[in-house]
Each structure stands twice: as C-alpha cells, then as structure tokens.
Ligand binder design. Structure first.
Ligand code: MD3
Ligand code: FE
Length: 216
C-alpha cells in the first residue's frame, strides 16, 4: 500500500515536509550548485582523519567544512576563498523553518551562515554520524533534489538502533531542531534513476544543508 507523503514530525523538532520545493525552484538551485561545484573551491570528496575518503562529494558556502571543523579558506581543497551564502538561500532557510514548524515567525531569527552541498553519485552513501562542529543548537535545514534516497534518523545516544527510516524524494524538506539537532543520522543508499525528469539533475542526488556555525 502507498503511504501518504504528508508533513510528519518523526521526532521532537525533526520535521519532514514532502514536495516543499516545486520543479522550477529545484532547477534553479541545481543550476546555482553547478556553478559552486566548479569554484572558487571545487567540489571534492573530503578525506577523513583515518585516511579514507568520503564517497559523497561536497562544496560549501559561507564557511568551508572539512572533517571536523569550519574554516574561511578551503585548506584541503586548493586553498580558495569560500563562496558567499547568497541572501536568497538564507531567506529560503527562514521559510523552511516556518513551514516545518507551521509557525510564520519561527524562522524570523534563523540566519544560516553556512551551507554544505552534498552530491551523491550512484554508489555514494553516508554513514551514521552526528553534526556537532557547529557551536550553536540552531536547526539544520535540509533540501533534497534528484534521486530518492533512504535517510536514516537515529537517536542522540548511539549510532545504532532505534532508528526511523524515511525516503527523501526530490523537492523534500527536512528540518532538524530542538532535541533532534544532535541525533545520529545517515544515508545508507540512494535509488539511482529515480529523480523527476524535470528537477534539473541528470543523475545522482543533491542535498543542501543550511546551518548556523556560531563562528565569527
Ligand atoms: C539530523 N547530510 O551533510 S541531510 C550532512 O542527505 C548530512 O546529505 C545528509 O547528514 C544528506 O551532515 C542528510 C539530513 C540531516 C542533516 C543534518 C542533520 C539530518 C540531520 C543534523 C542533525 C540531525
Ligand atoms: Fe549530517
């Protein structure tokens, strides 16, 4: 049976809003991401402290993230100055928080200063982890475009069960605030070839996460 895709709070502060971006918004975002992927800092797979390379490719706005810190210049990716986070994206982040929490003022004070743009090729995945390099507990706003993925939302205590699995489809919004902000989460797999033909990507999956670093 097909389950309805409705706004769902899967845990306190963790809200999934299916089909939040229309196809034209998705295409515009994809177009902007194509530019950022080229430079001033090229999109790359980050190297983890153990020496392994992530399968996901990332380019950042506002602040450069590398495991596990934020810097203004991309020391592990050519040394360039990170592109600005554009005002339209910060405004989209505020609207996202309003929509997720069904509160027209919830996002008023939300001002993300970094965005991580992740690209998943057909075989890419992201293991269970917490995002704790930010010095604030402001929500993370996540936008998905392209192939559908399996998203795994865990708990704040361990990287293992219990978790809730959710499919993220092109256009979906997810906001992680409140007590969900420091929960473990990951992307076990994507479903190649499942994107909407008009979303702007030919293949793969894009995920944009806006965050508040708390850095000066
Ligand atoms: C829950 N990205 O970039 S987005 C990441 O789809 C990351 O690329 C995944 O996890 C992706 O760190 C998942 C959903 C997400 C992002 C940040 C979170 C969920 C989160 C932070 C706290 C709790
Ligand atoms: Fe994460």
């Amino acid at each position: 049976m097909l389950l309805p895709r409705e706004r769902t709070e899967i845990a306190p502060g963790a809200v999934h809003v299916p089909d939040w971006l229309n196809l034209e918004q998705q295409r515009r975002i994809v177009e902007a991401c194509r530019g950022w992927a080229v430079g001033p800092v090229p999109m790359r797979s980050a190297r983890l402290p153990g020496g392994h390379q992530m399968s996901v490719q990332t380019v950042c706005l506002g602040w450069h993230w590398q495991p596990y810190k934020y810097t203004r210049t991309a020391d592990d990716a050519g040394g360039g100055q990170v592109a600005e986070l554009p005002e339209w994206m910060a405004e989209l982040g505020q609207k996202a928080v309003n929509a997720a929490y069904q509160d027209p003022v919830a996002g008023l004070n939300y001002s993300p200063d970094t965005a991580l743009i992740n690209y998943y090729g057909d075989a890419a995945a992201m293991g269970m982890h917490q995002d704790k390099d930010e010095k604030t507990s402001a929500p993370v706003v996540s936008l998905s475009i392209g192939d559908t993925c399996l998203f795994r939302f865990g708990n704040t205590e361990t990287h293992t069960k219990p978790y809730t699995d959710v499919e993220l489809v092109s256009g979906d919004l997810f906001v992680f605030g409140g007590s969900s902000r420091f929960a473990y989460h990951g992307v076990p797999k994507t479903y190649p070839g499942t994107s909407h033909p008009q979303c702007g990507t030919k293949r793969g999956r894009l995920n944009i996460t806006m965050r508040v670093t708390g850095m000066e």
